[in-house]
Design a protein around this ligand. Structure first.
Ligand SMILES: [Fe+2]
Length: 148
């Protein structure tokens, strides 16, 4: 039930269409490499906002987190940019599970994201956040930050 609520909230938040602030963008830029930032800029507005929000929660839960972990959190959904689903289609894809090829692609986004970052030359700690092979403490803080 919580999960559906989270999805519904994401959907309605995405309707607001307000982009992240200039200050938030500066913070994002400071945590990412040039290649990572290029990828991050390809996020849809709703995903940019989600990225910044989850990173802020993560940092609050884990104040000593190294920049590589924060970069990984900012990029945790980056695999989504390879799938051209609209927000509503994403909500449907998440509820009904993999069906069409495009929907399946969306479900593999963690793996796709990790691959993209490998190709972009990201640090292994950044990639470990994206595919959740990081430390248990970092993974717990990330999941809590991503699921509120
Ligand atoms: Fe997320």
């Amino acid at each position: 039930m919580n999960y559906i609520y989270h999805l519904a909230k994401r959907f309605f938040t995405s309707l607001a269409r307000r982009d992240v602030s200039g200050a938030e963008l500066t913070t994002v830029r400071s945590k990412l490499s040039a290649h990572e930032y290029e990828l991050w800029l390809q996020f849809a507005i709703a995903d940019r906002r989600h990225s910044v929000l989850v990173a802020a929660r993560f940092t609050a839960l884990r104040p000593d987190a190294p920049d590589n972990e924060i970069a990984g959190v900012l990029l945790h959904d980056i695999g989504k940019i390879s799938s051209n689903l609209s927000t509503l289609q994403r909500v449907v894809a998440t509820i009904v599970g993999p069906r069409t090829k495009r929907f399946a692609l969306y479900h593999q986004h963690e793996e796709i994201g990790a691959d993209m970052l490998r190709r972009a030359g990201s640090h292994s700690e950044v990639i470990a956040m994206v595919n959740q092979t990081c430390s248990a403490d970092a993974a717990d803080a990330f999941r809590a930050a991503d699921n509120i």
